[in-house]
Design a protein around this ligand. Structure first.
Ligand code: 6CS
Ligand code: FE
Length: 294
């Protein structure tokens, strides 16, 4: 029987489980573009910002690519495309590093890949990639959650040895649905109540239910850690640990919030059977191919 260090969606009462693993792995041996202070910040807070990861020209190039993808009828008809609950606008496109050559190049770019390898201390593969379009005026938010809780329960990810890189392609203001993270919350795993329904991903990627932490846990973590807003100009990136408690608000302003979201998992942390779901999610949401990114 496989040990489950992070039981979730199996009990009627929520619980806090202390994280057993480090946040920055491998004794800082991997060479890469993060300096020592940035890795210290990542270990402490669970996230670290990289202002101007992309140049202004690259931002323009990727914005055009996002527009092209969102208006391509074949992409819209693809199961990897998720539309907003409230409108018919594109909300996310998954496995975008395979659909778009430009984003496939970004995954291999040293500005992204070397940083992911430094944090995870090993070869890495893409567990998930997506583009999030949070359109202006009606862009839906993402309620508080830990990505690792979902990836553990539904994709069979053993431990929190994964890191996300969110690259903003529009200016992220406090008012247009920017990413919010509770600094330090990555050191506490919140065990969630409720069971995972069949094919949960069909609804959860439009609005998450199962795996949503209870109000008491969210309040306790917010009290303990506070809430940081990942604001910044287009082109900035935030690397954040898989177990950070994070979310983003609705966007009722006319200013869209779009980002490219790349999730790297350590090849030492490959996903197996889900820990709390009837079957694994489709490969375009939780990758089964663990070929390292070179
Ligand atoms: O279920 C997932 O994998 C996705 N859901 C959210 C809200 N964030 C992480 C991930 O992209
Ligand atoms: Fe998330």
């Amino acid at each position: 029987m496989r040990a489950d260090r992070y039981p979730t969606r199996v009990s009627g009462t929520p619980a806090f489980v202390d994280r057993a693993e480090p946040t920055v792995w491998g004794g800082r041996a991997s060479a890469g573009m993060f300096g020592a202070q940035e890795l210290d910040a990542h270990e402490r807070d669970g996230f670290v910002g990289v202002p101007a990861l992309l140049t202004a020209d690259e931002v323009t190039e990727y914005q055009a690519e996002l527009e092209r993808l969102a208006t391509d009828p074949d992409v819209r008809a693809d199961e990897r495309c998720v539309v907003e609950k409230s409108s018919d606008e594109v909300r996310s496109i998954f496995e975008v590093h395979r659909i778009s050559d430009a984003i496939g190049r970004l995954v291999r770019d040293e500005r992204v890949l070397s940083r992911a390898r430094q944090i995870l201390g090993s070869d890495v593969y893409v567990h998930q990639s997506r583009i999030n379009y949070k359109p202006g005026l009606r862009g839906g938010g993402f309620y508080w959650h830990s990505d690792f809780e979902t990836w553990h329960a539904e994709d069979g990810m053993p431990g929190p040895r994964a890191v996300s890189c969110s690259i903003s392609l529009t200016d992220n203001h406090p008012f247009n649905g920017c990413l919010m993270i509770m600094p330090g919350s990555h050191r506490t795993f919140v065990s969630c109540v409720g069971r995972t329904p069949e094919d949960n991903h069909v609804s959860s990627l439009r609005e998450q239910e199962a795996g949503t932490p209870d109000a008491g846990s969210i309040s306790a973590l917010a009290q303990r850690h506070g809430i940081a807003m990942m604001t910044g100009a287009a082109g900035a990136a935030t690397f954040f640990d898989s177990n950070c408690m994070h979310g983003s608000g609705d966007n009722i302003t006319p200013y869209p919030r779009s980002n490219i979201f790349l999730v790297f998992n350590s090849v030492e942390n490959a996903c197996g059977e889900p820990f709390a779901a009837p079957r694994p999610r489709p490969a375009h949401i939780g990758a089964r191919d663990t070929t390292p990114v070179r």
